[in-house]
Design a protein around this ligand. Structure first.
Ligand code: DCT
Ligand code: MG
Length: 399
């Protein structure tokens, strides 16, 4: 009205955060009280992040920079870029000018400079340099092999390797069982798992687990529970109210059954190191102590509903990475929260527990340091309530 004409729409004209905003349009919108604008939290567990990312152009850039920092083992820089990408994913609008970044946490000077460059030039020179960097390219390629981490990548890079074919044909190198499987099924494993394939694996997991433990609860966790349409693997959490001894035997029995049927291309069964009264871990990134199995499943195409599309000539199956986790019944809510992710969401909810509530949270338990007690929970909602957080649905945890 001031300008006397329609003006260009910028972020400041758009609603950032409504006190009660939700992932879906609210039919009672007109009935809700006047808008209360809430500050965006620095913690992902106080933001709702759906898969609707309006800022891909920026978040893709920051994820590449974060990955490069990870390859260089620069933890601080990794965290800076991941937090920036994460907060931008939660915005309900696209950043189109620097004014739009005002008041948004987790955007330090370095990050803002990169945003500004992308707004002005459509790309960041730093990202371009990383994408052209030989070390980055090699690490990206090497770590795409199942079983290859930073240490092995570093070794191969120093030895002068730049391609997988040279590595595979080198007679002096030795490979772990995991890496051998990684090379053998490379093409299948780098092509993403579709939801239809994940559902097909889910049917087989239920069939096998219920044969030995009829009252087991089986939940597909990870990215698929957050509503993603594709993933790099399929994660399942298994628990049952029955006895712990029965439970312990289930994964070995399932493995045995599948192996007999020729459905296992690789597996690694990790026994539980869980101790009931141990305090939650201080590390935001440590692995949990549940019994679990990391495996590569041989999924026949005929088991997949719509799955004829990317079938290779003559090959009737696809190798799929699957994680099975078995957790004690009392810990199921914590395990479910932990295995649903995203990784950034998990990091932030643990950081929030520590710094804002003087509590310790991990995949097993929640401990109140002030009261010196473990806080029990039957559901994820109860964990959020213990932490004094509004409940965030799984599909809003794509931080
Ligand atoms: N997780 C965990 N402990 C581990 C491994 C994973 O608590 N040792 C959590 C973090 C996220 C979640 O479990 C699932 O892990 P991924 O499968 O690696 O991630 P994702 O979100 O499912 O992503 P993708 O779609 O690539 O599988
Ligand atoms: Mg996953």
């Amino acid at each position: 009205m001031g300008a006397g004409k329609p003006v260009e729409i910028t972020g400041k004209h758009q609603l950032v955060v409504r006190a009660d905003y939700s992932a879906t349009p609210n039919p009672d919108f007109q009935k809700t009280p006047p808008l209360a604008v809430k500050k965006i939290s620095q913690y992902a567990c106080q933001r709702r992040t759906t898969l609707n990312n309006y800022n891909h152009i920026f978040t893709d850039a920051f994820e590449i920079l974060a990955e490069n920092s990870e390859f260089k083992e620069n933890e601080d820089s990794y965290v800076t870029f991941m937090r920036a990408a994460s907060v931008l994913k939660s915005l309900p609008f696209t950043i189109i000018s620097m004014k739009d970044t005002e008041g948004i946490p987790c955007l330090g000077n370095k990050v803002k400079c990169i945003i500004e460059e992308i707004i002005e030039d459509g790309e960041s020179s730093e990202v371009k340099a990383v994408l052209n960097d030989e070390r980055y390219q090699s690490f990206k390629l090497f770590t795409s092999v199942f079983g290859v981490g930073l240490k092995t990548s570093e070794k191969w890079f120093r030895m002068g390797f730049r391609s997988l074919s040279k590595i595979m044909s080198d007679k002096t190198l030795t490979f772990t069982k995991m890496q051998k499987a990684g090379f053998l099924y490379y093409e299948d494993l780098v092509s993403c798992v579709t939801r239809a394939e994940a559902e097909a694996v889910g049917v087989l997991v239920k069939e096998a687990v219920w044969a030995f433990l009829p009252d087991a609860f089986i939940t597909m966790t990870g990215g698929f529970r957050r509503g993603k349409k594709i993933g790099h693997d399929v994660d399942f959490l298994i628990t049952s109210p029955g006895s712990a001894e029965d439970e312990e035997q289930v994964l070995p029995k399932v493995i045995n059954l599948w192996e007999k049927k020729g459905l296992l291309l690789y597996y690694d069964l990790v026994e539980s190191t869980f101790e009931k009264f141990k305090l939650p871990s201080r590390q935001v990134d440590t692995l949990d102590h549940f019994q679990k199995c990391f495996l590569i499943f041989k999924l026949h195409h005929q088991r997949v509903d719509s799955g004829k599309s990317n079938q290779q000539e003559g090959k009737t199956w696809k190798a799929i990475r699957v994680d099975l986790v078995m957790c004690p019944y009392e810990n199921r809510a914590f395990a479910l929260l932990g295995w649903t992710g995203s990784r950034q969401f998990e990091r932030d909810i643990r950081r929030y527990a520590t710094h804002e509530r003087k509590m310790m949270l991990d995949n097993h338990a929640l401990y109140d340091k002030t009261k010196r007690i473990f806080l029990k929970a039957e559901s994820e909602e109860e964990i959020f309530a213990h932490l004094g957080l509004d409940y965030i649905e799984p599909w809003e945890r794509n931080a």
